[in-house]
Design a protein around this ligand. Structure first.
Ligand code: ADP
Ligand code: ADP
Ligand code: ZN
Length: 220
């Protein structure tokens, strides 16, 4: 039976970092709408050009676009999916429910990564990623072992995101509170919300997420 989970949390909460752990440890497939949209941008597709400015401002792109992106990937399931950065609106959550039903599947757990806003600024401003393998780093909390070289794949193509600046973060946080945070209540009401302390160290957060997936996590 596949396990499908949603990682829910504000920008910088650690969703991508934990998703990578779950891929490795459980063979789950990560579906990050942020990564898909950045890929569309860099390959210069029409849709990529359309969303570039919206993303740089830190606003959400339309539900129609991201639901379309997710729909295309749902036949690549394997052991299950990690939805990372999707859904971000109630309309997206409803659409996901319908798509999962069509596939004869369900969302098994929604992991809410709780991090306070003051931590998010330093999380976002210190973030960089490997352009080759996608490993996520941080200037202070997770630097590369050798300066300028990815620990995982040895690439020197380390990148910072155009939208990882204080101005865009303000908008992203506002979007999160206005449009995404209602999902916490939505999944609570459905009975599959599991909060974890996202401020703990990366390994500890991973253990907490693992406990949820093993069915021993705190259910609120
Ligand atoms: P973060 O790491 O800050 O949580 P993401 O990489 O998930 O950010 O998303 C980057 C940007 O891509 C968002 O600010 C938004 O413009 C767009 N985006 C990503 N996922 C969605 C989504 N599900 N709905 C709408 N816009 C999205
Ligand atoms: P999100 O996908 O939710 O936007 P990321 O996984 O990209 O978040 O993490 C944002 C930044 O915070 C990255 O630089 C990452 O290395 C760092 N980070 C992630 N989890 C932790 C943690 N538990 N403690 C300290 N830093 C973390
Ligand atoms: Zn790498």
């Amino acid at each position: 039976m596949a396990t499908n989970i949603i990682l829910l949390g504000p920008p910088g909460a650690g969703k991508g970092t934990q998703a990578r752990r779950l891929i490795e440890e459980r063979g789950l497939v990560q579906l990050s709408t942020g990564d898909m949209l950045r890929e569309a941008r860099s390959s210069g597709t029409e849709m990529g050009q359309l969303v570039a400015k919206v993303m740089d401002r830190g606003e959400l792109v339309t539900d129609e676009i991201v639901i379309g992106l997710i729909r295309e990937k749902l036949d690549q399931g394997g052991n299950g999916f990690i939805f990372d950065g999707f859904p971000r609106t109630l309309a997206q959550a409803d659409a996901l429910e319908g798509l999962m039903k069509d596939e004869g599947q369900q969302i098994d757990a929604v992991v809410e990564m709780r991090v306070d806003d003051t931590a998010l600024v330093s999380r976002i401003s210190g973030r960089f990623t490997c352009g080759n393998c996608g490993e996520v780093y941080h200037d202070v909390t997770k630097p590369t072992k050798a300066e300028g070289v990815c620990d995982v794949c040895g690439s020197t193509d380390l990148r910072r995101r155009a939208d990882d600046n204080a101005e865009s973060l303000k908008t992203r946080l506002m979007e999160y509170y206005k449009k995404t945070s209602p999902l916490i209540g939505y999944y609570y009401a459905k009975g599959n919300l599991h909060p974890v302390d996202g401020l703990a160290e990366i390994d500890q957060v991973a253990s907490a997420v693992s406990a949820v997936l093993n069915g021993t996590g705190s259910k609120t």
